[in-house]
Every structure is written in structure tokens, then in C-alpha cells.
Design a protein. Structure first.
Length: 121
């Protein structure tokens, strides 16, 4: 399976919400969603219930199936308007919104920096 890199540098393939979407066992899927809701509360101070964790095919998917956090993501909206593959290709890299995101996920920054370096952006 090809690695899906979100606009912000997250890897959709390893996102717990994406993995829960793929889970066929409904009981296991429910357990995964409960865990995700707890993680969102702990990490981001967002009070979510398991039913708030909806299916997501990744922020660049054509299916329109997006987790609400992805659907309303400022980074996703900006990158879509600028028509860039991901933020590594943006002329405003790394903007304030993206730098704030990196505080929560430094691996996303590393991934985007690698893309910039590899493609000499």
C-alpha cells in the first residue's frame, strides 16, 4: 500500500482513525474508537466520545469520508486552496498554523522537511 501523506505531514496509513475505518470487526472498531476519543482528550483537550470518531479515508481522499477534525482542519483548507500536494511544497512553509501543528507531532515536521530536502524545495 502506498504511503498517504496528509497535507500537514501526518501519515494517514498509521492514523488510528484511518485504521479504525478499515477495521472490519465492529467490536474491535468500537474499542479503537473509544481509545482514540481518550487520546484526543488527553493530548488535545478535546472532549470526544467514541461516536464522535467517524470514518476517515484521509484528508486528500476523493470519497468525502473525513473525520470532523480533518474536515475542519485549517491546514487542509489552506493547502487545498493553494493546490499543493502537501505543505512541504508551499511557498509559505512553515507558516504559523503548521508550526503550531508541529508542537503536537514533530514527526510530521521531520516528514515534510525530508520531502523538501529530497525534492530540493
Amino acid at each position: 500500500m502506498e504511503t498517504m501523506i496528509a497535507y500537514c505531514g501526518l501519515t494517514c496509513n498509521s492514523c488510528p482513525i484511518y485504521l479504525a475505518t478499515l477495521e472490519q470487526d465492529k467490536s474491535r472498531q468500537q474499542t479503537m474508537r473509544e481509545s482514540i476519543a481518550g487520546q484526543c482528550s488527553k493530548l488535545y483537550g478535546i472532549n470526544l466520545q467514541s461516536e464522535d470518531i467517524t470514518d476517515c479515508d484521509g484528508c486528500k481522499a476523493d470519497s468525502g469520508i473525513l473525520f470532523s477534525g480533518c474536515l475542519n482542519c485549517e491546514i487542509r483548507q489552506c493547502a487545498g486552496q493553494k493546490n499543493v500536494e502537501n505543505c512541504a511544497y508551499c511557498s509559505d512553509y512553515a507558516c504559523g498554523i503548521l508550526r503550531e501543528h508541529f508542537l503536537h507531532d514533530s514527526t510530521a515536521q521531520t516528514r515534510l522537511e525530508e520531502i523538501r530536502h529530497t525534492n530540493k524545495i
